[in-house]
Write a protein that binds this ligand. Structure first.
Ligand SMILES: NC(=O)c1ccc[n+]([C@@H]2O[C@H](COP(=O)([O-])OP(=O)(O)OC[C@H]3O[C@@H](n4cnc5c(N)ncnc54)[C@H](OP(=O)(O)O)[C@@H]3O)[C@@H](O)[C@H]2O)c1
Length: 320
């Protein structure tokens, strides 16, 4: 297969790191743009990857990044984008204005192929700014004359995720867990399944113009997932499921904690189940791939992450 020259935006993050490693293994040439080079340091050793510090929101810098590339992959996403109608300013900038700039830069550079990572349940009438802005970003790219493929994953799990690992750390630190939105539903998909589908789409012309939902084989409530993390890490704690009002209040308070995993907007996102629209009876993904069960992967990385979190707590205590 002919190697591609791929401009990757948002590749310094969790999904991007896994995807860059996979694409580099395949022999593709990657140009990773990041706002801070040190955030992408894990990619510096990849043999076919160049990391460039740039302001991707600046059309001139974006035009320069596009030069000589044949594909652009947009993985930029934010969970905290502020409040507002139809979405906060941070969501508008990262999820809508940036795709508009990407479309313009790609067209100016004569680059047609665009792969865009959105989110499951993105819709103009969705309950959160995150999901509404993700839908608007997709729409902007669809309006442009480009060879576009959109991926909409449910929550993604795997080594380094900010989902199961966060609960693992919380369980290590607390005697019980007050859990917002315990009944929220998810259909978690393994990061390597997501990267395999994105990689496959590069070689499948029929993926152009398609939007693919990416889900794992099973659905769970948030309470079930947290309880499962406790079981795998040997730290099962009582889970105190919060009412709707208390969940919203907890989300509001957590907005004041930098990098907190919860906000009022993520509370809003959880009002819609993050599960595939067609109830899958078979664990199938696009391009004939079978979705990997969470139970086959999560124990492999959670117990290590949990050990590290517990050691961190013990180290902090020892310094007192
Ligand atoms: N993880 C999930 O469970 C999940 C589920 C569904 C959809 N998604 C979507 O998948 C994509 C990747 O997710 P992820 O979990 O890998 O995210 P992540 O780890 O938070 O990484 C996000 C990336 O976006 C870039 N970024 C963030 N804010 C930006 C801004 N204002 N301007 C420009 N770049 C910005 C960051 O790049 P620099 O800081 O290096 O510039 C970083 O590389 C996102 O679009 C996300 O919405 C993720």
């Amino acid at each position: 297969m002919t190697p591609k020259r791929i401009l990757m935006l948002g590749a310094s993050g969790f999904l991007g790191g896994h995807l860059a490693r996979q694409l580099s293994r395949e022999g593709h040439f990657l140009r990773v743009a990041t706002r801070r080079r040190d955030r992408a340091k894990q990619l510096l050793t990849l043999p076919t990857c160049e990391v460039i510090e740039a302001d991707v929101h600046d059309p001139a810098q974006l035009a320069k990044l596009c030069r000589g590339q044949d594909t652009v992959m947009n993985l930029v996403g934010v969970l905290q984008g502020g409040r507002g109608e139809p979405y906060g300013a941070g969501f508008a900038r990262a999820h809508v204005e940036l795709p508009r700039k990407i479309a313009a830069a790609a067209q100016a550079a004569g680059m047609r192929r665009v792969i865009h990572v959105s989110a499951l349940q993105a819709a103009a009438a969705a309950p959160s700014g995150y999901l509404r802005s993700k839908a608007a970003g997709e729409a902007v790219l669809r309006e442009a004359d480009l060879d576009l493929t959109v991926f909409r994953p449910s929550v993604i799990f795997g080594m380094g995720d900010q989902f199961l690992n966060v609960f693992s750390s919380l369980l290590a630190a607390a005697p019980f867990l007050p859990l917002a939105c315990p009944a929220a539903r998810f259909q978690p998909v393994w990061v390597e399944d997501v990267t395999a589908c994105i990689d496959a789409s590069l070689h499948q012309p029929e993926s152009i113009g398609q939007t693919y939902e990416l889900c794992g084989p099973h659905q769970y409530s948030l309470r079930e997932l947290v309880d499962y993390v406790g079981m795998v890490t040997g730290q099962r704690r009582p889970i105190l499921g919060l009412s709707d009002t208390l969940s919203y209040l907890q989300a509001w308070v957590m907005e004041f904690i930098p990098g907190a995993p919860l906000s009022r907007d993520s509370y809003d996102s959880m009002q819609v189940p993050s599960v595939c629209s067609t109830r899958c009876t078979l664990p199938t993904l696009p391009f004939g791939r079978r979705a990997t069960p969470l139970e086959a992967i999560a124990p492999l990385y959670l117990s290590d992450a949990h050990r590290r979190a517990r050691n961190d707590i013990l180290r902090k205590k020892a310094r007192r």
